[in-house]
Design a protein around this ligand. Structure first.
Ligand code: SF4
Ligand code: SF4
Ligand code: SF4
Length: 379
């Protein structure tokens, strides 16, 4: 272990750790725009400069390895002024639209501008990027708010492995682009939304949250994604009307950190879908035979369940749980006795608890005597 001093605190650090990592682990907040603990170091934003006793110039703490006996200052008048100068440059081509911006309240640039009393730039304002791309149903890319921190590019290449985007061009022409600036759908993007999660500004925003509520008005509900067995930790952000606006990985869990796949991040519209089933449904011809409905109905040649958007009400009738369970129990027992357990199969759901699924498979294996069991997680 290495001993060093940060802002007067004696701290211990593992060999190979950086000053930023040790500071963060000990609750010392060093301003940063391009640093993310899960991404390779960029050192590009220059906001995390610290003073090291005995060195003539400040150094970026994200790339500074701890050394025995180091004496670090993360705050001083000179550091404040240098960070203020940097922010002054950042906002010289960034519209400070915070009053109408969907990112306000969760934006790192806004936070640091506030902390460094930056209301407007002292330089000549010129917007260098004006591209607005809404070419996919999941997130928009509004380049005027991009500060070229490259977090999106690094998460896409180094964490997700998709390499769908890159910073192209030089100087004022630089911007984050797909190959040939084409639509996202034509790139290697897998729509995991990890770039949106790590973006510090409004340059990348979920479509579903645009204009639907301010950050500080949203309720956040922690949960576990129900799509597959990985068990990613998620946080749903809901507005006052109870609409889910976006989903994020929670960051402080050992399963998925902040990363999610496209299903977990964008596949939650089923929660409020009017197509959700709220009671068991019985096919109309069976219901007619059992006397549950008076209307005769014949099963068409093409199963109604095979059409893309089936209108279940035309082919099925809602029944209560007791009727459904009695029928299933009777028919299962009959089939198992006549044709054996392997004539039946069970399909269970990731949206049930582990305990439910355990009992379900036990029932099929021990009572019905078949291993014909599958699970919706194999989407
Ligand atoms: S991205 Fe941040 S700094 Fe820019 S307008 Fe939105 S809230 Fe303000
Ligand atoms: S959504 Fe995922 S794959 Fe697509 S650009 Fe963003 S990080 Fe890359
Ligand atoms: S889009 Fe966001 S994450 Fe990507 S470079 Fe711009 S500001 Fe950074």
């Amino acid at each position: 272990m290495i001993e060093l001093n940060i802002d007067g605190q004696k701290l211990q650090a593992k060999d190979g750790s950086t000053v930023m990592e040790v500071a963060m682990a000990n609750g010392i907040d060093i301003p940063h725009l391009c640093y993310h603990p899960d991404l390779p170091i960029s050192g590009g934003c220059r906001m995390c400069m610290v003073e090291v006793e005995g060195r003539p110039f400040p150094t970026t703490s994200c790339s500074l390895l701890c050394e025995e006996g180091m004496d670090i200052r993360t705050k001083s008048d000179a550091l404040y002024e240098s960070r203020r100068d940097l922010l002054d440059l950042y906002v010289s081509d960034h519209p400070l639209d915070c009053v109408i911006c969907d990112k306000a309240g969760a934006c790192d640039l806004q936070k640091y501008a506030y902390e460094h009393n930056i209301k407007e730039t002292s330089h000549e304002f010129e917007l260098s990027r004006t591209l607005y791309q809404d070419d996919n149903p999941f997130f928009i890319r509004d380049h005027q708010y991009c500060i070229l921190c490259s977090k999106c590019v690094r998460v896409c290449s180094d964490v997700i492995g998709a390499n769908a985007i890159e910073i192209v061009g030089r100087g004022f022409e630089s911007h984050v682009a797909t190959p040939f600036d084409g639509p996202m759908i034509n790139s290697d993007c897998v729509f995991c939304g990890s770039c949106v999660q790590v973006c510090p500004t409004a340059a990348l925003l979920p479509v579903a949250r645009l204009g639907k509520g301010r950050e500080w008005e949203l309720d956040r509900v922690e949960s576990v994604c129900s799509y597959c067995g990985v068990g990613c930790n998620v946080e749903y952000a809901k507005n006052k009307e109870g609409e889910i606006l976006y989903v994020e990985g929670t960051g402080d869990n050992p399963v998925n950190g902040e990363m999610l796949c496209t299903k977990g991040r964008y596949g939650w519209d089923f929660v409020t879908s009017p197509d959700r089933l709220t009671s068991p449904m019985m096919r109309r011809d069976v219901a007619y035979k059992l006397g549950i409905t008076d209307e005769a109905w014949e099963l068409p040649e093409k199963s109604p369940l095979k059409v893309r958007r089936p209108n279940l009400d035309s082919s099925h009738v809602a029944i209560d749980w007791d009727t459904a369970l009695d029928l299933v129990a009777t028919e299962f027992a009959k089939a198992a006795k006549q044709y054996g357990g392997d004539s039946l199969m069970g399909l269970c759901s990731a949206r049930c608890t582990n305990e439910d699924n355990y009992v379900f498979q036990k029932f099929f294996r021990a009572s019905i005597k078949t291993n014909n069991i599958d699970h919706c997680a194999r989407l």
